[in-house]
Design a protein. Structure first.
Length: 311
């Protein structure tokens, strides 16, 4: 049994990770300021003696004796991270410094949940871990993109200077239960709009592509990465390499929900990437991992989860 800290543990991905770690027999401290997370996401764990929820903002130091740290704390959807851009970048940068400081003090192994957004609007397709990215440092998405890039830098420098045992993962588009219905992310947006028979909003022509990963697959990859030998630090892509256009996604959601929704098109937001697809060769070889849940099956689960919104 390990004692594991999950920052951002009451969020969409964090809550699934806490559930998995408890199931695996570990003690879990779930750290969250509830900016985008919710205690409802971890309510099913509250009575478990191996689970502890702590209301805390990672911009400020936190102390506990732990064996491992998963650093997930940061709003991840454009609506939320652009709402307070300064707080977003402070969460990424100060949060990384504070969690790395805790890892140094306790000799804990620590994972940084980075993002495919560090590749920006990529000119290499699919994206491999050795690609440095094509990122606008002064755009409206920069608070998130550059915050995560700086966090990776901090992790590497703490590793080189202080010998901290680190892992870096780059998460591609992930969806599943406990997503917020109004967070602006494309899968939850489309499913909720379709269930309500509302117009489905597509930005641009819909030709831009994404690769959609179901949350259970991501959690499996995260746990496997944390359990690799200390010498393997990453970064490593975790995502589904099956690529779909936004228009294809909308049409699939309408088909699966039997919705009467119409498609409407609006201008593409500034700095929105044209394509996104992970190269997961490294994950396959080092983690023996690849996604097991296809888009249609994952969408069916999402539709069931958001069923209360059906009009």
């Amino acid at each position: 049994m390990k004692k594991i800290l999950v920052s951002g543990g009451a969020g969409f991905i964090g809550s699934h990770l806490c559930t998995r770690l408890i199931k695996d027999g570990h003690k879990v401290i779930c750290l969250d300021n509830l900016f985008t997370g919710s205690e409802e996401n971890v309510a099913h764990l509250k009575g478990n003696p191996h689970f502890e929820f702590v209301l805390h903002d990672v911009e400020f130091p936190y102390e506990a004796e732990v064996d491992e740290i998963y650093n997930l704390a940061c709003p991840a959807s454009p609506i939320h991270y652009q709402h307070d851009a300064i707080k977003t970048i402070k969460t990424s940068v100060l949060g990384a410094i504070n969690m790395l400081g805790l890892a140094k003090k306790t000799n804990a192994k620590i994972m940084q949940a980075s993002t495919s957004e560090i590749y920006g609007d990529p000119i290499i397709h699919p994206q491999v871990e050795s690609y440095w990215g094509n990122v606008n440092p002064i755009g409206i998405r920069s608070c998130y993109d550059e915050g995560k890039r700086c966090a990776e830098t901090l992790f590497m420098d703490y590793h080189r200077q202080n010998g901290i045992r680190i892992k870096i993962i780059r998460i591609f588009n992930t969806y599943g239960p406990r997503m917020l219905p109004d967070d602006g992310r494309v899968v939850s947006n489309f499913v909720v709009q379709a269930l309500r028979n509302e117009d489905i909003t597509i930005y641009g022509s819909g030709a831009q592509t994404r690769s959609f990963q179901y949350v259970d697959d991501l959690i499996e990859g995260m746990v496997r990465m944390m359990n690799t030998e200390d010498e393997f630090i990453g970064p490593i892509n975790l995502g589904n390499p099956c690529e779909f256009s936004i228009l294809e996604l909308a049409e699939k959601v309408i088909e699966l929900t039997g919705s009467q929704s119409k498609l409407i098109f609006k201008p593409l937001p500034h700095d929105d990437p044209r394509q996104r697809k992970p190269d997961i060769t490294l994950a396959k070889s080092k983690l023996l991992w690849q996604p097991a849940i296809g888009l249609e099956e994952g969408l069916r689960r999402m539709i069931e989860y958001f069923g209360k919104y059906r009009s």
